[in-house]
Design a protein around this ligand. Structure first.
Ligand SMILES: NC(=O)c1ccc[n+]([C@@H]2O[C@H](COP(=O)([O-])OP(=O)(O)OC[C@H]3O[C@@H](n4cnc5c(N)ncnc54)[C@H](OP(=O)(O)O)[C@@H]3O)[C@@H](O)[C@H]2O)c1
Length: 246
């Protein structure tokens, strides 16, 4: 078995996932980069890191989820840390009921909730085999507060929080399951809604305890810490500059 620990980060061609991949690599871990569509960006990041591969796969497809996990174990011989970061949203004001149809619910839940489950299920036996496996799910402050880019998105992150608690209660003692819930983070996520980004950034800067938006590195540091916090399971850690307090 490979001696170095191995981290698989879904949705890591960009933003928070890419920062988590860099943080794990800095700590000497072997890293698996994944995305569904941005293959070139994923391959480029993998080439920059010392021991990394890129594996394309859509987490909402159970066969893809299994294939990504299998490719990880085939390449590096083990899996120690799974970070479920792949996610998507639609920017729909919370009071625009008409704009939210069934397809929006299904699209968001397929990736954010069911995709997270597919990955957890496929990875569980390999994480268990290490005796100290760890899963960190990327949730959102909108999973526990009445805010967010759309109602289906916020509800999907509430589901991720509870999935984290339920699996924290059942995957131990060999596997710990935790989540990080970011606030507003500066990533390409907001490229399609620059007005949402600008309004939210100004509000956060003026009204929250730490007076700034988050960086992908802020979130990556919390993910790294939680991934290695040996006596923590079933926890959801807010990484939002205190946004949830106001
Ligand atoms: N930015 C924020 O303010 C913020 C706040 C709270 C929570 N979050 C959460 O943080 C996570 C990452 O967001 P980000 O801001 O870093 O966004 P981002 O830069 O847009 O990155 C999203 C990543 O997910 C991948 N992805 C999307 N659908 C996928 C699928 N079905 N299978 C595999 N990969 C998929 C994307 O790649 P492709 O689309 O190319 O496949 C990309 O690599 C998400 O779960 C999001 O909900 C973000």
């Amino acid at each position: 078995m490979n001696d170095a620990r191995v981290a698989l980060i879904t949705g890591s061609s960009s933003g928070i996932g890419a920062a988590v991949a860099r943080r794990m690599a800095e700590a000497g871990m072997c890293v698996v980069i994944n995305s569904a569509t941005s293959v070139e960006a994923g391959e480029k990041l993998a080439a920059e890191l010392p021991r990394a591969i890129y594996v394309q796969g859509d987490v909402s497809d159970p066969a893809d989820a299994r294939r990504v996990v299998e490719a990880t174990v085939e390449e590096f011989g083990r899996l120690d840390v799974l970070v479920n970061n792949a996610g998507l949203t639609r920017f729909i004001p919370l009071d625009d009921t008409e704009a939210v149809d069934e397809s929006v619910w299904r699209e968001i839940f397929d990736v954010n909730v069911i995709g997270t489950w597919h990955m957890m299920k496929a990875a569980q036996p390999h994480l268990k085999a290490t005796g100290s496996g760890s899963i960190v799910n990327i949730s959102s402050v909108s999973g526990s507060r009445a805010m967010g880019s759309s109602i289906p998105y916020a509800v999907s992150k509430a589901a991720v929080d509870h999935l984290t608690r339920l699996c924290g209660a059942t995957f131990g003692p060999e596997v710990r399951v935790n989540a990080v819930a970011p606030g507003l983070v500066d990533t390409p996520w907001y490229d399609e809604a620059p007005e949402v980004w600008e309004g939210s950034r100004d509000w956060i800067t003026a009204n929250t305890p730490l007076c700034r938006v988050g960086s992908p590195e802020d979130v990556a540091e919390a993910v790294f810490g939680l991934a290695h916090a040996a006596y923590t399971t079933g926890s959801v850690l807010m990484v939002d500059g205190g946004r949830h307090l106001v």
